[in-house]
Design a protein around this ligand. Structure first.
Ligand code: 2U9
Length: 344
């Protein structure tokens, strides 16, 4: 029995010394020291020993068990250290290695155009006002001289949430809210950028969600000349070139008189080309003198004060500025398309 214990000890120590990883070591512990382990098996033979021999063999067996436990413990530490070192080496960050170029995003072309429009008007003393995209029928239509059954409402087919609540179809309600908040005080000089919604089928020039930047100036003696002066100045700065502008009569329920402003074509300078459909002119915005009913409705005495308002589509200006022929490119998040604007 002693020999068997000794040779088991030798075999176990060798196996423990050569254990390659913690799993193998765990198996060795079970194999040698487990309930059904070899040491236990040998010790089952104890009953066959003489009473004198039992304590001697028993003592030796315990000695061997504690010895093997220590062996296994030390080997476990050693293997754990080795595993940690291997993992740390594997995870070691070679800071000298060139980092993968961070894939930087870029300002969306429409955001860039809106920011540029804001900078130009802020430079002309305008404040930026914003408001809710979910609007009441009153602020989106009635306050803008578009009473319930007014036909012009169909021009702006809307996403109604309830009969009284809809997704705003323009940012004009922001101007009305601002006028009310200013309680008839002048001057009012604001621009209102933001998302607007119209129940339209998306095509190359229409999107059910698009952007607008509208503006409003109210004070004493504001005339059409201010309107043309300020908007012509804006257009030159926006397209960064000397250009002609012209006002054509138009109609909006919330302005009277109403106009649309054209600029001389930024591509052909007015000679006529595909961009301006050979007219030499490109329409960039609509405007007009604020309708007295709209002024009165928002608490401004239309006898004492006059104002002009305007509205433009940054999406459309981005199409012109970057020579893009389909507005949907702006909304399909195609990174290949958007990467072109990295330098913006
Ligand atoms: C108030 C009074 C008047 C805002 C205006 C336009 C003309 C205009 C179009 C631009 C591109 C709509 O998205 S678009 O097609 N808008 O042409 N908007 S005057 O007039 C107002 C607004 C608020 C209180």
């Amino acid at each position: 029995m002693r020999e068997r214990l000794k040779s088991l000890e030798k075999k176990a120590e060798t196996a423990i010394r050569e254990a390659a990883d913690l799993d193998q070591l765990k198996d060795l512990r079970v194999k040698y020291l487990g309930k059904k382990g070899e040491l236990t098996t040998i010790l089952r033979g104890m009953k066959d020993l003489s009473p004198e021999e039992r304590p001697v063999v028993g003592g030796l067996a315990n000695e061997i068990r504690t010895g093997l436990e220590r062996w296994i413990g030390n080997k476990e530490e050693e293997l754990k250290k080795a595993a940690l070192t291997t993992r740390l080496e594997a995870e070691a960050l070679d800071v000298t290695l060139p980092a993968a170029p961070p894939s930087l995003g870029a300002v969306h072309p429409i955001s860039a155009v809106i920011e540029q429009i804001e900078d130009i008007f802020i430079g002309m003393g305008f404040e930026v006002a914003e408001g809710p995209e979910v609007e009441s029928d009153y602020y989106n239509f009635e306050a803008l001289n578009l009473p319930k059954e007014h036909p012009a409402r169909d021009m702006q087919d809307s996403f109604y949430i309830t009969p009284e609540i809809l997704l705003r179809t323009h940012t004009s309600p922001v101007q009305v809210r601002t006028m009310e908040a200013k309680e008839g005080q002048v001057p009012v000089k604001i621009i209102c950028p933001g998302k607007v919604y119209r129940r339209d089928d998306d095509d190359a020039t229409h999107s059910h969600q698009f952007h607008q930047v509208e503006g409003l100036v109210i004070d004493r003696g504001i005339a059409m000349s201010e309107l043309h002066g300020i908007l012509a100045g804006f257009a030159e700065k926006m397209f960064g070139m000397k250009l002609e502008t012209r006002l054509r009569p138009s109609y909006f329920p919330f302005t009277e008189p109403s106009v649309e402003m054209d600029i001389s074509c930024i591509q052909c300078g007015g000679e006529g080309c595909r961009m301006c459909k050979n007219t030499g002119w490109i329409e960039i915005l609509g405007a007009g003198m604020v309708h007295p009913r709209v002024l009165e409705g928002a608490g401004y005495d239309s006898e004492r004060y006059t104002g002009f308002a305007f509205g433009m589509g940054p999406d459309r200006i981005a199409l012109l500025k970057y020579g893009i022929d389909d507005i949907r490119h702006f909304y399909t998040n195609d990174v290949k398309f958007l990467r072109q604007f990295q330098s913006l």
